[in-house]
Design a protein around this ligand. Structure first.
Ligand code: NAD
Ligand code: UDP
Length: 310
């Protein structure tokens, strides 16, 4: 059955892939975005679809529409962008969630929050399980994002227990792929853009810090599967690729795959930059049969191809 689905942040990196997949599955999609980090270019190919609507709106302001489901992705995700206007980032996570939860309550829609592995901060346990409460500096440069997302999780839980809103909380770990903004500042896009221009590759710190990167197509499949779980499954659920590697390894891989002349240079590690990160996805696998299928090399090749063409 065709569902009406609202996607906030729908013109962003993840949001545009999500809108596309939901449309391909035969749904009607309302894409809401203020175009802070999102771009029309990401969804331009969807505009001719009569079941797709692009709406310019800032979720720090109330919004009303009839929908069956809401995916709340509206929030800048790269450290450079979320620190650009830290207060606005907090408002987006907190007021945006209040507005979307209020809407979900009123129209009885199911709502999924795009939370983040950043709720674990610089984690002291490894890999991270959902039971771990995290190690977040509440006043550091990343706190506008981390604490905003933590407060959003609290709002989701409280709308669920107090108002019986049907919620899903997905804690997304690092994801990469085509349609990342070239000036996004996140590591995969930075390294690929630098490599393609034969510019120096900037490793922050000594490159021994680790991340676990998931290719966007895998992530989107998982997010939709989470939305489709039974109403008593509310999360939080980690979602990401448990394959962990160092940032130095990533730099070398990007140089190899692009055939670049770039040299690696080292820059200071930003404050509160997490040293290691890897999702434990066993809880997710109790409720959906999901595993990332795209290997790093294959995902990087697709992403490199994208950046070559823009
Ligand atoms: P992105 O920056 O490409 O997308 C965010 C989108 O939200 C953009 O289109 C932006 O214009 C929009 N937006 C920002 N503030 C808004 C506001 N006030 N009102 C309306 N729209 C607004 O980032 P992304 O990687 O696609 O991330 C999407 C969501 O997933 C974010 O909520 C992010 O926190 C979460 N997430 C992403 C990752 C990842 O690795 N990509 C990891 C964890 C969580
Ligand atoms: N990083 C880097 N060079 C860059 C951009 C990022 O070495 O040009 C590092 C960054 O310090 C962090 C890791 O790569 O340790 C991942 O950074 P990103 O911003 O992509 O994601 P997050 O830190 O939010 O996981």
């Amino acid at each position: 059955m065709k569902k009406k689905i609202l996607v906030t942040g729908g013109a962003g990196f993840l949001g545009s892939h999500l809108c596309e997949k939901l449309l391909n599955e035969g749904n009607e999609v309302f894409c809401l975005d203020n175009f802070f980090t999102g771009q029309k270019r990401n969804v331009i190919h969807l505009l001719s679809n009569p079941y797709f609507e692009l709406i310019r709106h800032d979720i720090t302001m109330p919004f009303f529409i009839e929908a069956d489901e809401i995916y709340n992705l509206g929030c800048p995700a790269s450290p450079v962008h979320y620190q650009y206007n830290a207060i606005k980032t907090i408002k987006t996570s907190v007021m945006g969630s209040v507005h979307m939860l209020g809407l979900a309550k009123r129209i009885k829609a199911k709502i999924l929050q795009a939370s983040t592995s950043e709720v674990y901060g610089d984690p002291e346990i490894h890999p991270q399980t959902e039971e771990y409460w995290g190690n977040v500096n509440p006043i550091g440069p990343r706190s506008c994002y981390d604490e905003g997302k933590r407060c959003a999780e609290s709002l989701f839980m409280n709308y669920h227990t107090q108002n019986q809103v049907k919620i899903k909380i997905a804690r997304i770990f690092n994801t990469y792929g085509p349609r990342m903004h070239p000036n996004d500042g996140r590591v995969v896009s930075n390294f690929i853009v630098q490599a393609l221009k034969n510019e120096d590759i900037t490793i922050y710190g000594d490159g021994s810090q680790t991340r676990s990167f998931c290719f966007v197509d895998d992530l989107i499949d998982g997010l939709i599967d989470i939305m489709n779980t039974a109403d008593d499954i509310i999360g939080p659920l980690n979602i990401g690729n448990p394959h962990e590697f160092s940032i130095r390894y990533l730099a070398e891989k990007v140089i190899q795959l692009t055939g670049s002349q770039s040299k690696i240079i080292y820059r200071p590690l930003p404050q509160d930059d997490p040293m290691q990160r890897k999702p434990d996805i066993s809880k997710l696998n109790q409720v959906i049969d999901w595993a990332p299928t795209t290997q790093l090399e294959e995902g990087l090749r697709k992403t490199i191809e994208y950046f070559k063409n823009i």
